[in-house]
Design a protein around this ligand. Structure first.
Ligand code: NAD
Ligand code: UD1
Length: 343
């Protein structure tokens, strides 16, 4: 199949492109490189022995995207392109609402014009906000607590409405839990700009000596050790979930809209992650307990049953593998993509 991958040079997108190429699909990446580096394309080629077509463009640019759609006949789209930092979305809601919503609007408009039958959308467990109970199933209500989360919710509602109005278009919204890890080659991985917001890149940067110590945001939550519990999922497992979703829609053309969790179903605390990582590197990670981070919740983990039943997909990699691969990526690329020592 010919697949358009927006945001395909980003963290999750690049791993998904590798899985699609390994699966035998042809891939066209559109990315404006606002949060990624073009060297990713070389890395993808080294891993897969194939080079995806790449177009540097903003997905919100209708005219440019019209050119792309008129050049290729896509069988499906995977839409990763977007802005993803919760804190920044509070400060810059205009940027988030435009980038995250207009991009999907452009794609669906062009899907209708060029008869592209399916789209896979990157959603997030953040749409559930603070769930009353865990594990979380897809029928839980939307309880978004920030502009970023609301852009994901609005995208889902938009896709629901458009797939009803245009029965030739099908959509799956994949709600990711907490992706970590990297490709086992150490050639592609997460490359946060500045000081990382998320736990795993922060830990790996402490381990390599770039940051002094980890701050654990609160140890008084109602969890087994007082620190926050999340459902961490290996990014390669997550990537394979996208291949499964594309294939599902290829075989079930009468689908309108589906929302599906991609998680492992297992909740680990911050301290569980720190200790698992310490085991891999054979030394301690210095940390301090600080106040809770505003907006954080105690516990969030998926019920991944729907993904198994519908997509025949389930996460395979355990926490040890997630830590091992995160660490390999960090030591092979101590400064990220830009000044990597791999080549
Ligand atoms: P990322 O920032 O690494 O990748 C996003 C890519 O999209 C980047 O390469 C960026 O340059 C590109 N991009 C952004 N706006 C664009 C635009 N208008 N036109 C073209 N390209 C554009 O992020 P990621 O972690 O790979 O996340 C991918 C998607 O998954 C995002 O939509 C994000 O909201 C969602 N998501 C991520 C996580 C996570 O923890 N990483 C969790 C849940 C959901
Ligand atoms: C964050 C995003 C969420 C996104 C998810 C997946 C926020 C508020 N939410 O979720 O929208 O879908 O990433 O990538 O940004 N922690 C520390 N110290 C740190 C960093 C994190 O103790 O330096 C703790 C947090 O309190 C939390 C856990 O580690 O308990 C995971 O945090 P993080 O990696 O930032 O992910 P989430 O907050 O779950």
């Amino acid at each position: 199949m010919q697949i358009l991958v927006t945001g395909g040079t980003g963290y999750i997108g690049s791993h998904t492109v590798v899985e699609l190429l390994n699966h035998g699909d042809d891939v066209v990446i559109v990315d404006n490189l606002s949060n990624s580096h073009p060297i990713v394309l070389e890395r993808i080629e080294i891993i897969t022995d194939k080079r995806p077509d790449f177009i540097k463009a903003d997905v919100c640019n209708f005219e440019k995207m019209n050119e792309v759609f008129s050049k290729y006949q896509f069988d499906s789209i995977i839409h990763f392109a977007g802005s993803k930092a919760v804190g920044e979305s509070v400060e810059k809601p205009l940027l988030y609402y435009r980038n995250n919503i207009e991009s999907t609007w452009v794609l669906v408009e062009l899907m209708e014009k060029y008869n592209v039958p399916s789209i896979i959308f990157s959603s997030s467990a953040t749409v559930y906000g603070q769930p009353d109970i865990n594990p979380i199933t897809e029928d839980f209500s939307y309880q978004c607590t920030n502009p970023y989360g609301r852009t994901k919710m609005i995208n889902e509602l938009f896709l629901k409405d458009t797939t009803v109005a245009y029965p030739n278009i099908s959509a799956i919204s994949l709600r990711y839990f907490n992706p970590i890890g990297a490709h086992e080659s150490g050639l592609i991985g997460e490359d946060p700009q500045g000081i990382p917001n998320n736990l795993m890149p922060y830990i790996t940067q402490v381990a390599i000596g770039k940051l002094e110590k980890l701050s654990i945001f609160g140890d008084d939550y109602d969890t087994h050790d007082g620190t926050g519990v999340r459902d961490y999922i290996h990014v390669v497992d997550l990537a394979k979930g996208h291949v499964a979703a594309v294939n599902y829609l290829q075989e079930h053309k009468d689908t309108s809209f589906l929302a599906v969790n991609l998680g492992t179903g297992i909740g680990y605390s911050v301290l569980d992650i720190v200790h698992a990582f310490e085991k891999i590197i054979g030394r301690e990670i210095p940390y301090q307990i600080t106040d809770r981070r505003l907006g954080d919740i105690a516990t969030c983990y998926a019920n991944p049953k729907k993904a198994k039943e519908l997509l025949n997909w389930e996460a395979k990699f355990d926490l040890e593998k997630m830590c091992e691969d995160s660490w390999r990526w960090q030591i092979k690329n101590p400064k990220g993509y830009v000044r990597s020592n791999v080549f």
